[in-house]
Design a protein around this ligand. Structure first.
Ligand code: FES
Length: 87
């Protein structure tokens, strides 16, 4: 698992293994956009402020993955212990 911090509210959550970032945020009552939940529509694209996402979507290009300025929170995880998102 890893921790996610929401920059705008300062809230922090733990994302346990096997659970998506999107589900953790929805369960916490955070209003986030999403649609397909499969990494193909782009609705859940979220700006990454710090941390290293583990990209598992089918949308971002190789260059965008390396830059990691955004991530799809429905399906992607984290390679770092902490992800800070612009939510
Ligand atoms: Fe469609 Fe995340 S909800 S890519």
């Amino acid at each position: 698992g890893y921790k996610v911090q929401l920059k705008r509210s300062g809230k922090e959550f733990v994302v346990p293994p096997g659970k998506s970032l999107l589900h953790v945020l929805r369960d916490a009552g955070i209003d986030v956009a999403y649609s397909c939940e499969e990494g193909v529509c782009g609705a859940c694209e979220t700006v990454v402020i710090s941390g290293t996402p583990d990209h598992r979507d089918n949308i971002l290009t190789e260059a965008e993955r390396k830059a990691s300025k955004t991530m799809m929170i429905c399906c992607s995880g984290s390679k770092s212990d902490l992800l800070v998102l612009d939510i």
